[in-house]
Write a protein that binds this ligand. Structure first.
Ligand code: BG6
Ligand code: MG
Length: 218
């Protein structure tokens, strides 16, 4: 029986994936490198330091560990310029009605994000109070595709993975959820999220029951 819904943040609840992309690209460009939108898919769900390592390797750029930390902090400052301007209008379609219905019907709601800015983002768009538990990049030691973030969420709720549905827009996140034994809804395109139990392009108009039925039908 499904008892909880665990949401990724960036690209599932709010459209911040585009802000991460813009900030990382700015950094890459300042270092004389660049990367494609396709490569960007590999960054989704991945921690800040793992991301910088991937971008540098794609661009053939070598930096000292100290410089990596400096550039990652700079990227975060650029990212926060976007984040600090966010309003509740940037919650993705269908998310708020779903959260409200989940609360009403007594389902548990968790956040499972790699971001260290997750709490700030939830507060900015005023949905922090919907979550029973928040697991984010400040609490995990291993980045997706490791299932740790979702396992910690399920543990906090005292539930088994098979009692939870994870919502993910990242290849690494779908992989993480499956590795942990969770049901997973992919948010985006079946081209790269095809391993998920079901893939939607948007949560708009979806009901709790239709989502549960879809993941169980695979
Ligand atoms: C994930 C994003 O949610 O969080 C990644 O998909 C991001 O793009 C990662 O790199 C870490 O985020 P932050 O806010 O801690 O730099
Ligand atoms: Mg995401």
């Amino acid at each position: 029986m499904i008892k909880a819904f665990i949401f990724d943040l960036d690209g599932v609840i709010v459209d911040t994936a585009k802000y991460h992309f813009a900030a990382w690209r700015r950094m890459a460009n300042e270092l004389g490198a660049d990367f494609t939108e396709k490569e960007n898919e590999k960054l989704k769900g991945v921690s800040r330091m793992d991301s910088i390592n991937l971008i540098l390797s794609w661009g053939g750029v070598t930096l000292s560990e100290a410089d990596k930390l400096k550039w990652a902090a700079q990227k975060n400052e650029w990212y926060l310029e976007f984040l600090n301007k966010m309003t509740p209008s940037e919650i993705l379609p269908g998310v708020l009605p779903l959260l409200k219905d989940l609360r009403k019907k007594g389902y548990k709601i968790a956040l499972g994000s790699s971001s260290k800015n997750a709490e700030r983002a939830l507060r900015k768009v005023r949905i922090f109070s919907y979550f029973n538990t928040i697991i984010d990049g400040t609490k995990t030691t291993r980045s997706k595709p490791d299932p740790q973030v979702f396992q910690m969420g399920a543990q906090r709720l005292r539930l088994k993975p098979e009692e939870c549905i994870v919502f993910e827009d990242a290849e690494s996140g779908v992989e993480a959820a499956l590795a942990g034994g969770f049901y997973v809804v992919g948010m985006g395109s079946p081209k790269n999220l095809g391993d998920a139990h079901v893939v939607y392009s948007s949560l708009e108009g979806l009901t709790i029951d239709s989502i549960i039925q879809a993941v169980k039908n695979k």
